[in-house]
Design a protein around this ligand. Structure first.
Ligand SMILES: [Zn+2]
Ligand SMILES: [Zn+2]
Length: 393
């Protein structure tokens, strides 16, 4: 079956390119997607799949029932775009000014639709089912995944796979990480509520600049002195705003930043210790405070068995030396929610091509991919799907 699927994926390469370019020309922002889910649902219905729309908001779930009994594999593809002015001069440039598919989600969708087509043509051979989870709103908190899961998109799913375009690697590479691959990404905002006054009469004030500065300093001790050095975490203060005039003591200070972690316990620990530091630093100076900690997506943790299976599956697509293991990075993804519910793995498909100038990373206004990545991503997912269904009868 694998050979037939691979041959058909090669044959429909141009169709996948056309789908990707059509989506690229019509990008839509997170939680505002209208045309994209329609295009997806219509395509999947034409193939004869069982299609549900408005899953968890704007998501689309299409199920292909194989004619032979077996397990259920889910393939997730996100489809939202970003608020970026595209700077590529290409025939398929965004027609929606200020919005751009700068993260390759157009490609992920084209891959999923291509797979739906070739697997539906071969469903008499298919030993199990494939659920295509077309997810809206990956780029913006709280993300589309949570809602789709609450709406039951994982019901009956045994394993889940997803790929993401990756311009830090050339096309032809398949990139994985066994265990953590992406971090949890949280934001915080602190307000120091002091007492303002005349710059010459500090005794009548509670100086928010001084107290805020102490907080920024004290927060540095969390990563350096409190977190286990063998665990990774980042705490960055990205903004500090306080005061207006040279002779006025500021009444308040706003401090904003981000925290990135992998381990959920470390994440909880940091949130708790941050609030303690803010509370006690303010208390020592007699000031009040507000502390807000917004949790973003949790860390993405790839399960060992599906990851091993994926590495094996990729060997039928690219050479062994083109399958690359990477350490986790501090980016974030709401695919993590799916992996908290069912086993699975998330991997990158190399999509850069230096000769063609396709070198800009995701979220860059000149991001674009080598479209050969469509076939490689699709084949890797197809191979993993077939292998999983065969191994788990
Ligand atoms: Zn992105
Ligand atoms: Zn993305």
């Amino acid at each position: 079956m694998l050979e037939a699927i691979f041959a058909r994926l090669d044959e429909i390469h141009q169709e996948m390119i056309d789908i990707r370019r059509d989506l690229h020309m019509h990008p839509e922002l997170s939680f505002q997607e209208v045309r994209t889910p329609q295009v997806i649902a219509e395509y999947q219905r034409r193939l004869g799949l069982d299609v549900q729309t408005e899953v968890g908001g704007r998501g689309v779930v299409a199920t292909l029932h194989g004619e032979r009994p077996g397990k259920t594999v889910a393939i997730r593809a996100d489809f939202d775009a970003l608020p970026i002015y595209e700077q590529n001069d290409v025939p398929y440039k965004s027609k929606n000014e200020g919005v751009m598919h700068a993260c390759g989600h157009d490609a992920h969708t084209a891959i999923a639709l291509g797979l739906a087509k070739v697997f539906s043509e071969n469903k008499d051979q298919l030993e199990g089912n494939i659920v295509f989870i077309h997810q809206h709103a990956e780029e913006q908190n709280p993300g589309g995944a949570i809602g789709m899961i609450e709406d039951g998109c994982l019901d009956g799913v045994d394993v889940i796979f997803a790929t993401h375009m990756e311009n830090y690697f050339p096309v032809g590479k398949v990139i994985y990480s066994n265990g953590y691959i992406l971090a949890a990404s949280d934001r915080f905002e602190i307000e120091v509520k002091g007492v303002g006054g005349h710059g010459a009469f500090p005794q009548d004030t509670k100086d928010s600049v001084v107290i805020g500065s102490q907080i920024v300093g004290n927060l540095q001790q969390i990563i350096s002195r409190r977190v286990d050095p063998l665990k990774s975490a980042v705490l960055t203060v990205g903004a500090f705003h306080s005061g207006e005039a040279p002779n006025v003591i500021a009444h308040n200070a706003i401090i904003k930043g981000t925290v990135r972690t992998f381990d959920e316990e470390i994440r909880n620990q940091i949130e708790k210790q941050m609030e303690d530091i803010v509370a006690y630093t303010c208390k020592a100076s007699g000031a009040d405070y507000k502390f807000e900690y917004d949790r973003g997506f949790p860390a993405t943790w790839n399960h060992p068995e599906p990851t091993e299976l994926l590495i094996d599956a990729a060997k039928s697509v690219v050479n062994k030396e083109d399958i690359v293991s990477i350490p986790p990075n501090m980016g974030g993804e709401d695919f993590s929610y799916f992996l908290q519910k069912v086993p699975g793995t998330y991997f990158f498909t190399g999509s850069a091509n230096e000769e063609k100038g396709l070198i800009y990373p995701y979220h860059h206004p000149k991001f674009d991919i080598d479209e050969d990545a469509l076939v490689i991503g699709a084949k890797t997912l197809a191979s993993a799907t077939i292998k999983y269904l065969k191994n788990n009868k």
